[in-house]
Design a protein around this ligand. Structure first.
Ligand code: NAP
Length: 241
């Protein structure tokens, strides 16, 4: 492995999607703080590249740009995601397809398109973003829940296929984190926010940095023998019935 101390990502090149907001933004900042060179992508905001990760061919373009900018690619964090509450009847074809396109298909495509670059790395790391919604379901989140269950399955298969190349693939599964994604629901349904605060033994909602720190840890040498796993970052919420 690459000669960095545990916690250190000096000399590593990273690509983070969804990096203009929330968990992705915190992750890019944390990877940079650990010494990585980070290429950031989002629909909008202060990032290196504005792109819709569901656009045809875009993921191959993005990974090529990231690798060209920073001399290769060691770390991939596909963090772009969408979520909203809709009844089953409210899940029209367009909405369901869009959630699956962003949260699953684009994640698959960017992993696939990054493989040639990650195989050149001696420290290849993929950290996908799942959810506690890969453990349970909830009313109004049919498409989202399906997408996050699938991301965990994708991660496990990717880990099996890329392990022989020394590439690890893990899935961080956040609980309720205060970001622009959850803000509308927490504002509209304060009881929903209170429920998650109470459910977590640590007694609070998560912050983007709580998740970013674990993502960064999984990218370090300390996590070199961990792959194919899902890790709840939820203040312990999943341990309480
Ligand atoms: P966020 O603050 O909304 O950040 C997600 C970012 O992804 C936004 O900047 C969004 O842009 C961008 N994005 C959406 N669709 C995109 C597309 N087609 N192409 C490129 N970028 C796109 O949400 P977050 O809470 O940090 O979520 C990050 C990840 O964590 C997601 O995968 C989410 O499912 C997961 N997660 C979040 C929580 C939570 O409680 N917050 C819990 C479990 C898992 P726009 O804002 O312009 O749409």
């Amino acid at each position: 492995m690459g000669g960095t101390a545990p916690g250190g990502l000096a000399g590593r090149s990273a690509l983070v999607t969804g990096a203009g907001s929330g968990i992705g933004r915190a992750t890019a900042a944390r990877l940079r703080a650990e010494g990585a060179r980070v290429y950031t992508v989002d629909l909008q905001g202060a990032v290196d590249r504005h792109a819709d990760v569901t656009a045809p061919g875009i993921n191959a373009e993005i990974v090529a740009e990231a690798a060209a900018r920073h001399g290769g690619l060691d770390i991939l964090v596909p963090c772009a995601g969408i979520s909203a509450f809709h009844s089953l009847e409210g899940h029209d074809d367009g909405y369901f397809d869009q959630v699956i396109a962003v949260n699953l298909i684009a994640v698959f495509r960017i992993i696939r398109d990054a493989v040639p670059y990650l195989r050149q790395s001696r420290n290849g790391r993929i950290v996908a973003i799942g959810s506690t919604m890969a453990r349970f379901g909830d009313a109004g989140l049919a498409a989202y829940g399906a997408s996050k269950h699938a991301v965990l399955g994708l991660t496990r298969s990717v880990a099996c296929e890329l392990g022989p190349f020394g590439i690890t693939a893990n899935c961080v599964q956040p609980g309720a984190i205060e970001t622009p994604m959850t803000e509308p629901a927490f504002t509209a349904m304060p009881e929903f926010k209170a429920y998650f605060e109470k459910k977590a033994p640590l007694g609070r909602l998560g912050q983007p940095e709580d998740v970013a720190d674990v993502i960064a840890l999984l990218c370090t040498d300390a996590a070199r023998f961990m792959t194919g796993q899902g890790f709840f970052v939820d203040g312990g919420a999943m341990t309480r019935q």
